[in-house]
Design a protein around this ligand. Structure first.
Ligand SMILES: [Zn+2]
Length: 177
């Protein structure tokens, strides 16, 4: 546990070694996630098992958890959101390999130079975020004086910015090119 985590990882190599990475990474090191948070949050905890399945497919299984503070879409106040993402990634070198993958896997294209462990954890967290964060029904109200314009204002706080999922896509495809 005390072993320092590498920032650049080579997932195929880790799979061949049957290795496990576990630890935590501060969410302050995840700028794309940080844009969605009300304030800096705790670390993201993760456990990733690298290996091969029965078909010989290199894969990563595991789990990522984080307590995040996001903005309630109704009252616009901060609220805590516990995110727990199961990880099930198939490692591939090229697009051509994706079609044959088991549907349980999400493909992860790995360039020869390796990938950033922090970016991998961040990507998985972004995918695991709830699409709407809201306090439970009845627990809060729209702020007084709020109208459609305010709601739009809150939503377009980051206008001109792509949503996290399209950023993620471009990031993943960039890795492969
Ligand atoms: Zn609320």
């Amino acid at each position: 546990m005390s072993k320092a985590l590498p920032e650049l990882i080579h997932p195929f190599r880790l799979a061949r070694g049957g290795e496990t990475l576990r630890g935590s990474i501060p969410t302050t090191r995840m700028p794309r996630l940080g844009e969605l948070l009300c304030r800096p949050c705790d670390e993201a905890r993760f456990e990733l098992h690298f290996g091969f399945d029965d078909q010989g497919q290199a894969r990563v299984l595991g789990r990522i958890e984080a307590g995040l503070v996001m903005r309630c879409q109704r009252c616009l106040e901060p609220m805590e959101v516990e995110v727990a993402c199961p990880v099930s990634l198939a490692l591939v070198h090229e697009d051509g390999e994706i079609a044959g993958l088991d549907a349980d896997y999400e493909p992860l294209k790995v360039p020869d130079e390796g990938i950033s462990l922090t970016a991998l954890i961040e990507d998985e967290l972004l995918l695991g975020l709830p699409s709407f964060s809201r306090h439970p029904p009845g627990a809060c109200e729209m702020p007084a004086g709020a109208d459609a314009a305010d709601a739009n204002g809150a939503e377009s706080r980051g206008s001109g910015r792509e949503n996290p999922f399209s950023i993620l896509k471009s990031w993943k495809s960039r890795e492969s090119s």
